[in-house]
Design a protein around this ligand. Structure first.
Ligand code: NAP
Length: 301
């Protein structure tokens, strides 16, 4: 039997529609949401990704300002731009695109993004708020995983979910979002030992390690739902995830594809977060009270 394919595209389409509708309703109040992307790299795949955000924003009616400081940008220059954008009323959301030039410390910069504009959950304050159940924008990739699972009605409450990867941008915030949905979460990393020890009995396995072929069919069972967050470019230029799709497809219950899975939802969520940030800023409201973690947009009235 072959695993069910959990494509991200249907959900991405629904989110794009939702963004367009929200943009139209904000327009009636004279508000045009704007996202700013700060970048400083010559890396062609990153530049391609930023262009794709710009195109998606244009289609949705969201303004997109790309501030490209070049591959030799300094940390003070990047810090200055982030401070300006955080203070600039016409900008609603800010993305600090990695990679940054050698020697520039991302962790020195992300704290300069105002939490109200931190639509990709990069500021440690956003992660802290998620950790204690206060409203914040979750990193779009982490939220994509949960939204895809919910879109396909994969139950999470009371289920054993293994997250492979503990980065501040994917693994850690994702484990917080899953905990908030009452999953029993296990987080694995490069020192946690053989993966199958954790993954074999899991209901859901999310792999976000950046290692092609890390999760194989022998690591999971026939009831496991597998979400592949990884993006790895092979020497021949093709894009693959962290899952050995050929063997996992033969064993698992379901699997998200790469490309066409998590990544296809992420951009739509960045725009949705931008629109929500614009709405809250226009109303001079703080983050919506009572909303929890990534549910912030669903519960905002
Ligand atoms: P990262 O910062 O490099 O973190 C990788 C994590 O994986 C670390 O926690 C690391 O453990 C763990 N790991 C590495 N090798 C492992 C192994 N053999 N067994 C178990 N755990 C292992 O990467 P990231 O930024 O979180 O990104 C992870 C992947 O997601 C990358 O492929 C990235 O390209 C992809 N990504 C995709 C999207 C999207 O929208 N689709 C967005 C963002 C990222 P230690 O902590 O012990 O080092």
């Amino acid at each position: 039997m072959s695993a069910r394919v959990l494509s991200g595209k249907p959900l991405a389409g629904l989110l794009q529609q939702e963004v367009q509708e929200l943009v139209r309703s904000l327009e009636l109040d004279g508000v045009r949401p704007v996202v700013a992307v700060v970048m400083a790299t010559a890396d062609e795949s990153t530049r391609w990704y930023v262009r794709s955000i710009g195109k998606a924003a244009e289609r949705a009616g969201v303004g997109c300002r790309v501030i490209d400081l070049g591959h030799d940008a300094t940390e003070p220059a990047l810090a200055g731009v982030l401070r300006e954008l955080s203070a600039e009323p016409s900008v609603n959301g800010i993305i600090l695109q990695t990679p940054l030039p050698a020697g520039v410390r991302t962790d020195n910069l992300v704290g300069l993004i105002s939490p109200e504009k931190d639509i990709d959950g990069a500021n440690p304050l956003s992660l802290g708020r998620l950790a204690v159940g206060q409203p914040a924008f979750a990193p779009a990739t982490a939220r994509s995983v949960v939204d895809i699972l919910e879109h396909y009605r994969i139950p999470l409450a009371g289920k054993g979910v293994v997250v492979v990867g503990r980065s501040a941008v994917v693994g850690k915030p994702l484990s917080l979002l899953l905990l908030a949905r009452d999953a029993a979460v296990t987080v694995c990393h490069s020192r946690s030992g053989p993966l199958e020890r954790y993954t074999k009995d899991a209901d859901v396995v999310v792999v976000a390690a950046g290692r092609a072929g890390l999760l194989a069919g022998s690591h999971v069972s026939s009831r496991t739902v597998v979400v592949d967050v990884g993006t790895n470019v092979l020497p021949d230029g093709s894009l693959v995830g962290d899952v050995d799709a050929a063997t996992v497809t033969g064993t698992a219950a379901a699997l998200t594809p790469v490309p066409g899975g998590v990544g296809s939802v992420t951009t739509a969520l960045l725009l949705l977060h931008t629109v929500e940030a614009a709405r809250l800023q226009a109303l001079a409201l703080p983050m919506p009270a009572g909303a929890v973690d990534g549910q912030v947009l669903e519960t905002a009235g």
